[in-house]
Design a protein around this ligand. Structure first.
Ligand code: ADP
Ligand code: ADP
Length: 232
């Protein structure tokens, strides 16, 4: 069973009598362990697709199955639950809570699930160790570099063992050294068998994935192994 299965996915935005079709019938299947980049210019529908894949927004028509669940059938509470269980989010702006130590940020998804305190602390420490920040458990985000903050965010995304890591422009706010740092971390996650979907408008970043899905005007313009993708 795939992690992601979109069938004839359409998203229409309307305001008054004006409607705009941001996703025009997308079919997309992503299997367990795949590392996929979704690429496209500004306005192509990437954010819309990211919001749909992340269960932050629902389709107008069509079907989205995430880890076997029919997302269109879920109510708001169930959507929050599936987001928490099945998806680890990584954002361009990190979205860490500045007043909390690194490990407190990392344990947040577990807090929502009601995991006991000792177990949360242990799992958060393990996740931070996995991203190479074992010695930064107690530091607040403001005491860390941008690259380190994004690694904390990756640890938070991993801590609950979700089916999918969904990263939206994860290197958009980083210098080239930290970018490499975070992208090698994604390489490792892929090697460990995790399913990673990375949304980006940068071909260099997309080429680090194994497969690139090019979105254009709300449609999939190409879907290729990344080795075959060339700048156009
Ligand atoms: P991006 O940086 O990904 O291109 P956009 O500038 O397209 O982001 O959109 C930023 C936010 O504004 C998104 O949440 C998007 O849904 C919303 N948005 C984009 N275009 C419109 C629009 N024409 N009307 C209303 N909201 C919009
Ligand atoms: P991208 O992330 O690739 O820049 P988006 O998904 O943000 O693309 O937007 C795709 C298209 O849908 C754009 O033309 C945008 O203006 C439009 N759009 C996005 N959000 C809204 C919205 N809330 N209302 C109306 N139009 C929107």
């Amino acid at each position: 069973e795939p992690v992601i299965a979109l069938r004839e996915a359409r998203k229409t935005y309307s305001s008054g009598s004006v409607t705009f079709e941001a996703l025009k019938g997308i079919d997309l299947t992503i299997g367990v362990g795949e590392y996929v980049a979704i690429m496209g210019p500004s306005g192509s529908g990437k954010s819309t697709l990211m919001n749909v894949l992340g269960c932050l927004d629902t389709l107008t028509t069509g079907e989205y199955r995430l880890a076997g669940a029919d997302v269109g059938e879920l109510d708001e509470i169930e959507l929050a639950g599936i987001r928490n269980r099945e998806i680890g989010f990584v954002f361009q702006q990190f979205h860490l809570l500045p007043s909390l130590a690194a490990w407190r940020n990392v344990e947040l998804p577990l807090l929502y699930r009601g995991t006991p305190r000792d177990e949360r602390r242990e799992l958060a420490a393990k996740a931070l160790e996995r991203v190479g920040l074992r010695d930064r458990l107690a530091n607040r985000p403001g005491e860390l570099s941008g690259g380190q903050q994004q690694r904390v965010a990756v640890a938070r995304a991993l801590v609950g063992e979700p089916a999918l890591i969904l990263a939206d422009e994860p290197t958009g706010n980083l210098d080239s050294v930290s970018t490499e740092d975070v992208l090698s971390l994604f390489d490792e996650l892929h090697e460990q068998g995790r399913t990673v979907v990375l949304i980006t408008h940068e071909l260099e970043v997309a080429q680090r994935a194994r497969r690139i899905v090019f979105v254009r005007d709300g449609e999939i313009a190409a879907d290729t192994p990344s080795a075959e993708a060339v700048a156009s």
